[in-house]
Ligand binder design. Structure first.
Ligand SMILES: C[S@@+](CC[C@H](N)C(=O)[O-])C[C@H]1O[C@@H](n2cnc3c(N)ncnc32)[C@H](O)[C@@H]1O
Length: 377
C-alpha cells in the first residue's frame, strides 16, 4: 500500500525516522513536508515525526464516497498542494457533500477556515481517519488519499505533563523526540530491549514500553532511578496492555554510563539523551563554550568506549547530544565523528538528512539537541 505522510516541524528528522523504519528505498520526499511511503502497515501512534497519514487511493474519490457504510458522515478536506486555495478547497468539500446528499447521506463538513488544510489538531479532535465514516480527504498535486489518522496530541500532552515525578534541572525530553530516537535505534525491529544509560525521569523508557520494546534504564543518580520507577509505575497502571504477562519488561538500576556493566539483560538497541549540561539563558562566551564542549565530549567518548564491548554487532545507537547556540544564531555541538571509528562504531547516513539536518531545537533554545546515530561494528 502507498501512503502520504505529513511531516512534523522538523521534516528532515521526520524523513530520517521514516527511512529508519521503512528503509530508504520505500520513502520518497514529494513536498517540503510530505513523503510518499510504501508499507504494509503504519503505526501512527509510534511515529514522533509524522503528524498525519493518508492511504493513497486508486479509485476515483466519487466512487470511494459512494461506497461508504451507512450512517452519518463527518467529512474534511486538506489540500497540501503548493498553490492550494482555501476557498477552492471548501468548494470541493461542498461538492462532495452534495454528492453524498444525492445518495441520501447525512454529512457534516469540518470547516477549513482560512487554510486549505485541516491542522492535525482539528483532524484529531474530529476523529478524522480514526472512526468509521469520519473521513478526511488528503490531496497533494496528483495524489489523493484518505486519512488513517492524525497525531494524538491529547495523549502526548498527558504523557508529557501528567507524569508524577518531574525534575526542573533534568529537562524532560518531549515524548515525540523520544519516539524518534527509539525508531532511529530500532530501525523497524518489532521487539528487543532498548537501553537508556542516562534515563533521567524515564521518558525514553516510557515510550519504549508503549511501543512494545522492553526497556533497561540506568542513571548516575539514584534519585533519577526512583523518578523513572515512579513514572513507569504510573504509565503501567493506566495502560492495561502493559499489565499483561507478556508485556514488555522493565529493568532499572543506578550506574555511571562511563563504567557500568549492563548485566540485568542484554540490550539490543540504545536510545538516549546524554547529560546536556546546565540550562543556559544566553549563548555562552567562546571560552565557556569550549569548556562545555570538552566536558560533553569526555562524557560521550567515555560512555561510547564503555558501551562498545557490551553490545552485539550491528546494534544501533541513537543519541541526543548537546549543541549550543552561538551569538550569530548558529549551533555548535560535540564533534565525535572523527573518533567513532576507533571507538568501534560507524555513523549511519540517511538519504534525506545530513548530520547537520539532525539538529532538534526551538528558536528560543540555547541548548539544542544534535541527534547522532551509530552502528556497532
Ligand atoms: C538530559 S538528562 C536525561 C533526561 C531524560 N531523557 C528525561 O527525559 O528525563 C541526563 C541524565 O544523565 C544523568 N547523568 C549525568 N552523568 C551521567 C553519567 N556519567 N552516567 C549516567 N548518567 C549520568 C543525569 O543524572 C540525568 O538524569
Amino acid at each position: 500500500m502507498t501512503f502520504l505522510f505529513v511531516l512534523g516541524r522538523e521534516p528532515k528528522i521526520s524523513l530520517a525516522e521514516l527511512e529508519a523504519i521503512f528503509s530508504s528505498s520505500k520513502v520518497k520526499q514529494i513536498g517540503a513536508n510530505l513523503a510518499q511511503v510504501t508499507a504494509r502497515t503504519v503505526s501512527l501512534d509510534h511515529l514522533g515525526g509524522t503528524v498525519k497519514v493518508a492511504q493513497i487511493i486508486d479509485q476515483p474519490i466519487q466512487d470511494f464516497l459512494s461506497n461508504l457504510p451507512t450512517g452519518k458522515i463527518t467529512l474534511g478536506i486538506s489540500d497540501y498542494s503548493e498553490h492550494a486555495n482555501p476557498r477552492k478547497t471548501w468548494e470541493l468539500a461542498l461538492k462532495y457533500k452534495n454528492l453524498l446528499k444525492r445518495h441520501g447521506r447525512n454529512v457534516r463538513l469540518v470547516p477549513n477556515g482560512k487554510s486549505p488544510i485541516l491542522s492535525s489538531a482539528a483532524s484529531h479532535h474530529n476523529q478524522l481517519g480514526e472512526k468509521t465514516n469520519h473521513i478526511e480527504i488528503v490531496k497533494y498535486g496528483k495524489y489523493t488519499g484518505i486519512s488513517i489518522g492524525a497525531q494524538n496530541i491529547t495523549a502526548y500532552a498527558k504523557r508529557d505533563q501528567a507524569r508524577p515525578a518531574r525534575d526542573a534541572f533534568v529537562g524532560m525530553l518531549p515524548p515525540k523526540l523520544a519516539q524518534i530516537l527509539i525508531n532511529l535505534a530500532t530501525a523497524g525491529a518489532k521487539t528487543g530491549t532498548v537501553l537508556d544509560p542516562f534515563c533521567g525521569t524515564g521518558v525514553i523508557l516510557q515510550e519504549s514500553i508503549l511501543m512494545g520494546y522492553s526497556a533497561y534504564g540506568t542513571d548516575l543518580s539514584e534519585k533519577m532511578i526512583d523518578y523513572s520507577r515512579k513514572n513507569l509505575d504510573w504509565i503501567t497502571k493506566r495502560t492495561p496492555r502493559l499489565q499483561k504477562p507478556n508485556a514488555p519488561k522493565l529493568h532499572l538500576e543506578p550506574g555511571d554510563a562511563t563504567n557500568h556493566k549492563w548485566q540485568l539483560t542484554q540490550p539490543d538497541f540504545v536510545a538516549s539523551e546524554i547529560y546536556l549540561g546546565h540550562p543556559l539563558s544566553a549563548p555562552p562566551a567562546e571560552v565557556k563554550l569550549k569548556a562545555l564542549q570538552q566536558d560533553a565530549k569526555a562524557l560521550l567518548v567515555g560512555f561510547l568506549k564503555n558501551l562498545s564491548s557490551q553490545l552485539p554487532a550491528n546494534a544501533q545507537i541513537a543519541l541526543a547530544t548537546p549543541a549550543w547556540k552561538r551569538p550569530d544564531g548558529s549551533y555548535s555541538g560535540v564533534n565525535i565523528l572523527d573518533e567513532i571509528d576507533k571507538l568501534g562504531y560507524n555513523a549511519i547516513k540517511y538519504h534525506y538528512a545530513s548530520y547537520d539536518d539532525l539538529l532538534y531545537y526551538r528558536e528560543d533554545q540555547i541548548v539544542a539537541r544534535q541527534i547522532i546515530v551509530l552502528r556497532k561494528k
